[in-house]
Design a protein around this ligand. Sequence first.
Ligand code: ZN
Ligand code: ZN
Length: 279
Amino acid sequence: MQSLGSGSSGNAFLIKTDGASILLDCGVGIRTIDRALRIHDRRLDNLDAVLITHEHSDHIRSLASLFGKKTPIVATAGTRRQANIPPPQWEEITFARPLAIGSVSVWAIMVKHDAREPCGYLIETPHARISVFTDLGSWHERLVEPIRASDLVVLESNHDEELLRNGPYPAYLKRRVASDVGHLSNDICACSLASALGSGRLQPTIWLAHLSQTNNSPGLAENAARSAFFDVGLSLDVSALPRTVSGPVWTPTTVREVSSWTPKRVPPESSQLTLDSLP
Ligand SMILES: [Zn+2]
Ligand SMILES: [Zn+2]
């Protein structure tokens, strides 16, 4: 798994297993994607699938270059409409069941963001699980299970709350980013991960993603995560993904047999306890 860019300038991940090569989001330049595939001896024409999280341009900028090819484009129905994915190429994914791409299973997990039907993904190969959640304004209980089940966790750590508050963004943009359909702050990312992973059996690698150039720095995001982990007795490999260039390649350190992941029931959106719903 490699990030080819992570942030408002463009997002894409390349996932390569023995049997499949999959692109997750298509928001970086098509030549960057082509180059990354060639390094692994693959071509754009034989990508096995492209998974799309939502229709914002930093996630689909180069998607039209793949229209007309044989590659299936996996997206929710809402994202398909907003991203104008041609129906013959569209492979629908719902929140109810996984999709098989060769030996890889893919689950879409609902997130809150100001897009039509956005999602994150849990990707399960025979030997490892990866979960990817970027572009979400708020944490939800339903993210705990996929994150606890993963060997690599990619979670948005978009902004430092104080830098956003005091920074140069116009008021409407500050409100949008900080809203529960905007982007996840360093503190929410760090505390949510620490509480999700605190008593877990796996010690996943953590990639902090979609950092703001204006309202964050890799050091701030990494320190927030490390100190939250320290507080719950965790010492995990944490790194912030570079925004505009490719990041490191992750491969599972131990080869383990992964049994099929199935979600337990999680509370629906409406029964979520929020500060507003407290008496
Ligand atoms: Zn984005
Ligand atoms: Zn977005």
